[in-house]
Design a binder for this molecule. Sequence first.
Ligand SMILES: Cc1cc2nc3c(=O)[nH]c(=O)nc-3n(C[C@H](O)[C@H](O)[C@H](O)COP(=O)(O)OP(=O)(O)OC[C@H]3O[C@@H](n4cnc5c(N)ncnc54)[C@H](O)[C@@H]3O)c2cc1C
Length: 358
Amino acid sequence: MPEKTSSIEFAEDSQIWVLAERTGKQWDTITLELLQDAQVLAKKTGWKTLAIVFGKSEMISDQDCHQLAANGADKVLVLQHAEFGKPGSMMGYSQVLLDSMNGQSPRLLLCPSTPLWVEFACRLIGAWDGVIARDAISFKLTPDNKLEVIQSIWQNKGQMTISMSDDHPWCVCLKPGVAGLGKTKPQAKAQILRQDVSKKQTETVQTVELLPPNPSELDLVEAERIVAGGRGIQGVEGFKALEELAFLLEAAVGASRVAVDLGWVPYVRQVGQTGKIVKPRLYIAAGIAGASQHVDGMRDSEVIIAINTDKNANIFKIAHLGIVGDADTIIRGLIAELEAGGTSQAADKRPKAVSLIN
Ligand SMILES: Cc1cc2nc3c(=O)[nH]c(=O)nc-3n(C[C@H](O)[C@H](O)[C@H](O)COP(=O)(O)OP(=O)(O)OC[C@H]3O[C@@H](n4cnc5c(N)ncnc54)[C@H](O)[C@@H]3O)c2cc1C
């Protein structure tokens, strides 16, 4: 194992630390959103931004680090270990960072407002005796050097503004997908430091098993993917197939009001004007006509795929991809394709009986 390098000089003038996360070969959008927000604050204050990455050395190239610079990072610290990058608990990561930074702390730590990162951030903020705001939508520095944060509360039904005093390290956990992405500086180059960490440091908590999420419990508002059904799904049996597809796509199950009124799924699954307003990256609408009250709840989805027997159905007007045909046949075909592709171990771990019915 290569000798551990000291990062004291490297980090000492970096007042904003941003936790960077990637899925596969891409930086998560929230990472770029955090960096761009950090950059806005850095421009006003003259502070420097340090992106911190936990990863296997071969998975994070210098080019990847420069992409962080294009979005606002002045410096990038890659903490390397063969175990990093696997999904699971990140409790050990906070100790790794504390050890690597030898007592230094930032003025502001930015990380995604997801359960694992919030847990990680709480441990750091506890060690630094700082203050933390989760579920944040935006933040700004006030003229009297306090950090003002707008937070989402009551499961996104309300918002509040808080003011964090100026004598502590702050941590802001930002909700993914709220800030959006602005312009980048493609030519920017980051100063990069790579540091190997020891196995012992990562061993505080071990992940024993990962369980795939149950599509009928995933929160529609938070879901990245939604598979929704309407009257064209034709009953409870049809919804079971829909749920199976959702399971393989790690998606949440949604529904039209008709499907709810018919008692096929509970109200909590309803998308639309009188249900949930959703904005996933993928929305599959199967057997849904596309009434304005339904569309009001899902039109901002990034990619919409519609399946309907009626080629003139309204839903096709907003769909990016339209499939004219019987929803049940197409859904079962997709399931067979996904299972044949052996996409995941999820198929083996599927709950034996999942019922959406009240
Ligand atoms: C005040 C108010 C609030 C409302 N709020 C909501 C809301 O929040 N959410 C909501 O969804 N609705 C809401 N509605 C109801 C809305 O107007 C529609 O009635 C409802 O969205 C229609 O649901 P649907 O598309 O499943 O059913 P339908 O309108 O009956 O459409 C079924 C669709 O399935 C297709 N189909 C049939 N068989 C198949 C098959 N085998 N394969 C594929 N496709 C097939 C049909 O061609 C048709 O397009 C509201 C209405 C009002 C008045």
